[in-house]
Each structure stands twice: as C-alpha cells, then as structure tokens.
Design a protein around this ligand. Sequence first.
Ligand code: 5GP
Ligand code: MN
Length: 315
Amino acid sequence: MTLDNIAEEINVAKNIAILTHESPDGDAIGTSLAMFLALKQIGKEVDIIIPEVPKAYRFLPGVDEIKTEADKSNYDLVISLDCADLKRLSDNSQIFEEAKRTINIDHHGSNKMFADFNYVDPASPACAQILIVVLNFLNIKITKEIGSCLLTGIITDTGGFQYSGVNAETFEFTAWLLNRGVNVSEVYRKVFQIKTMPHFELRKLVIDRLEFLENNKIAFTYITEEDELKVGAENGDHEGLVEIGRDIEGVEVSILLHETEKGFKVSLRSNDYVNVSDVCLMFGGGGHPRAAGCLLQYPLEQAKQKIINEVKNYL
Ligand code: 5GP
Ligand code: MN
C-alpha cells in the first residue's frame, strides 16, 4: 500500500478508532497518542482505546482522553499501530474485525499483514519513525505535543538511541523534533530514567534469580504473579528487566518469564547473532531479531525447559 491509500482512507472515514498491542510499551502508547492528536487536529471524530497505560507514559499529552474500552464498534476505520499480529490486539481485536476498513502501521519484521492496508517497514527502529513520515505526508503539523509522543516511541524502542537498528534518520528526526520545541531531556528522564518502586523491587528479585546456562551464553530469570502482588506491581513495571541478563559479558540470549493470567509471557533479548524473533515464531509469537516475545501456557518449570531448549538450537 502507499501513503496515498492511508490519506484516502482517513479522508473518507467519519469515525476512526486507534488501537495498539497489549502490554503497550512507549512506542505503542507514543504512536497511538500521536495519531490520535493528529487526527483531532484535522477535525476527525476519533477514539483511542488502550485498556492499560503504564505509569511512565501518563504524562503524555492526550493521555486523559484514552478510553479503556470501546463504547461502540463498527468504526469506519480502525488504525492499528506498532502491532505485528491481530492476536496481540487482544481484547480490542473484535473492534478491529468489525471495522469497515483497517490500516496497520508497524515496524515488526514478523508482521502478519492482517489489515486491508498494511504499511510496514522493518528497517525502522521504532514505529514512531514511520509515523513521522506518514504525518508529514498527511500535512499534519507536528506540534510539541505530537512530537513528545513520537520521541517517546523513538527513545523507548531504541533503548535511548543505543540499539543496532538506530539509523541516521533517528537522529535527524530527533533534531527536527527538538526544533519543534520537544523537550528531549524531559521525555528521556520520564520514560527512561525514573523507575517505579515496584520495578526496583522486581529488579532485586530478578537479579537474585538470574541463572547462567550453556557456558554463560544464556541468562534466565523469572517473575511470578505472586511476586508482582507482593511488590504492588502494575502493568509496565517489568519493562527493562530482561535487559539485565542481556547486558552481562558473554551472554548471547537473555530470557525473562513473566507470569500473567494467560500463562508465562516470554521476553527474549539477544546481543550478536541469535534471531530471537525466529525463536518466538516457533511458539506463535514474534518481534524483532534482537527483541521478541511469545506466550507459553505451561507451569514455570515446563515453560522454562521449553524456551531454553529452543534457544539452545540457535546458539
Ligand atoms: P517485550 O519483550 O518487550 O514484551 O517485547 C519485545 C518485542 O517483541 C516487542 O517489539 C513486542 O512487540 C514483540 N512481542 C512481544 N510479545 C509478542 C508476541 O506474543 N507476539 C508477537 N508477534 N510479538 C511480540
Ligand atoms: Mn515498536
């Protein structure tokens, strides 16, 4: 599809809903809010539906207008952002399926191209970078508010400009946003630096339980629902924990199992050569070559053995 298709669909739609993936991260929240503010700017009737917004992103403009559930379906147009798979729209997938038209804007290599119009660029390190191009094409003014949302996506998905996917555009866009009044150091501090108390408590547990396997090439750790209850964790408080194992010398793959009501959510990170998106695809998940996830509906020990055995095949 082309940007012309996106412009045309937005043009003719009377009401639009914006959706993103479950357990939303900074890129998911940032791009959804940026698109929401952009469509309001051009006078569209638009709903943004995100069941849970992690604390770190609640300072973003437009966040008070987020609906936790839809009060209608049958939208003329639904736009999904930063989401690779219809399954990951989770409770919102019905809204997606009942829409007259659908657009999927994303940057995951594992994207299932599940919409009527799919605009997917795996070379982009953050969906926010794709959205800057889209909004410019639509002649939308990137205000300081929209810019702060987009920068949140860029900072979180690039690990603060450090991952290998970062390209010259990442810095060009950031400089461009700076020129529009976006406070880069404030956004950086709020989304990247400040940690919640429950996150800190989980961090201690995760470090304590860290195991090294296969000549230290695999780091494994976990958190249970009981742990989260004990420390009063909220959605998003486990973000960044899988990186602890990844950043230790000699580790190639870091594994975090995070218990949810659906089962153990697996987060994988790699450093040099293991394509963790491929590993997760084996279990119906996906992601990026160096950061990916899937769901394992087994008890802890079984989930642990299954994911470790699969990772071993890629070492
Ligand atoms: P995280 O480990 O931070 O939850 O996710 C890492 C990356 O993998 C993110 O880009 C995320 O969107 C993707 N991801 C995580 N879980 C899943 C999953 O179950 N399915 C798919 N397709 N992607 C996932
Ligand atoms: Mn993303």
